[in-house]
Write a protein that binds this ligand. Structure first.
Ligand code: ZN
Ligand code: ZN
Length: 365
């Protein structure tokens, strides 16, 4: 059985959101993001809507989920047969005579919006709401942190085990498949994203797709992988060298590691995300490599692999205890190769804990 947030926890999350509805005078909120529905109810199915009011919560799903919804969700449940779930939501909003009806502006399709506009009574005013549930998800609870930690450990163990079977003649795809296989064997439901294995010059693409080409000897090998376990994500990048490392490889690796450690060192409550990013960037600048660092320093993760906050140059948000983020500077040299080092990090009351247990000394296999 998947471990889920306790019913009490989901109930408390809905209560917090209900208070905000009351405070901002919103009569009902239609939640359309499945991840947000999972967060607010515990329901893990693939087709659902959640209608939340200050005093009620109703999960709307289809007959495939009759048993599952009753087992997982701590709300009232409506099972809708042979018609769109939205039809049921519209009927309930109409019957409830709600006037101010909020919706998740980034999770409602144009078509759904058009139907709401056409079919709701005139008195109902639609309000686009920005990331209300995502805001609540920013700071993780103790049980969420535990689940992320489990996912992180599975991910690192899968990496360790897979390294034992790594051979230069293996293709990038074969090694990616091995990593995925080990994750599943160790308890993951699947991967958090499509595993990246990139050797040699191919590693200069930050989001390279594994190829059916041999990894080869004396190459940089970049592996970016994450597990999804009990719904929670982990994310780690390690760059290793197959065979023999050149001086250049060691220098580049040393610079990226220095940048990663500098950024981690900056992580504590109250620090601007942009400041953490800046620390990585100024370290790479000292090595003349800042132009080769072509993405942000990290991102939040949890039920999704990319969640707020974003640790980029322009992010004005501050870190707070309970946020879980990645720290992942990298340098990418077209035609030569790329190096990235990424850990999953928990912001604590006094600083941070690096959750990822995998060592970061340059590994030569
Ligand atoms: Zn990653
Ligand atoms: Zn990442």
């Amino acid at each position: 059985m998947p471990k889920l947030a306790t019913r009490d926890e989901a109930t408390a999350r809905r209560a917090a959101l209900a208070s905000r509805l009351t405070a901002e005078k919103v009569d009902a909120l239609l939640v359309t993001s499945l991840v947000n529905i999972r967060y607010l109810t515990g329901f893990t199915g693939s087709n659902a809507l959640l209608l939340l009011t200050p005093s009620s919560a109703r999960l709307i799903t289809d007959p495939r989920y009759t048993t599952q919804a009753a087992a997982e969700s701590s709300t009232s449940v409506s099972i809708v047969r042979k018609r769109p779930l939205l039809t049921e939501a519209i009927a309930r909003i109409t019957r409830g005579k709600y006037r101010k009806v909020g919706f998740e502006k980034t999770h409602l399709s144009y078509e759904q919006h058009a139907r709401l506009t056409e079919e709701l009574p005139k008195r109902a005013k639609l309000l686009p709401l920005e990331a209300w549930v995502e805001e609540a998800r920013l700071v993780k609870s103790a049980s969420e942190i535990e689940l992320i930690q489990e996912s992180v450990v599975t991910n690192s163990l899968a990496f360790d085990r897979s390294l034992r079977s790594l051979r230069p003649r293996m293709t990038e795809s074969e090694f990616a498949a091995e990593l995925d296989y080990q994750q599943r064997k160790l308890g993951a439901e699947g991967t958090a994203f499509s595993t990246i294995v990139a050797s040699g010059a191919h590693s200069a693409l930050p989001h390279a797709q594994p190829r059916h080409e041999a990894i080869g000897l004396n190459r940089l090998l970049l592996v970016d992988m994450g597990a999804r376990q009990h719904g929670y994500m982990s994310d780690m990048t390690r760059t290793v060298v197959t065979g023999k490392a050149t001086r250049r490889m060691r220098q580049l690796y040393g610079a990226v590691l220095e940048a990663q450690l500098a950024a981690i060192d900056a992580v504590r409550p109250g620090v601007l995300c942009a400041e953490v990013d800046r620390r990585a960037r100024i370290t790479l600048k000292r090595h003349g490599l800042h132009q080769q660092f072509i993405h942000s320093t990290g991102h939040g993760l949890g039920l999704e692999i990319h969640e707020p906050p974003r640790l980029g140059r322009t992010e004005v948000r501050s870190l707070a205890p309970g946020m879980v983020i990645t720290i992942e500077p990298g340098v990418y040299l077209p035609g030569e190769g790329g190096i990235r080092i990424e850990d999953t990090v928990l912001v604590t009351a006094t600083g941070c804990d690096v959750l990822t247990p995998t060592p970061k000394d340059l590994l030569i296999i």
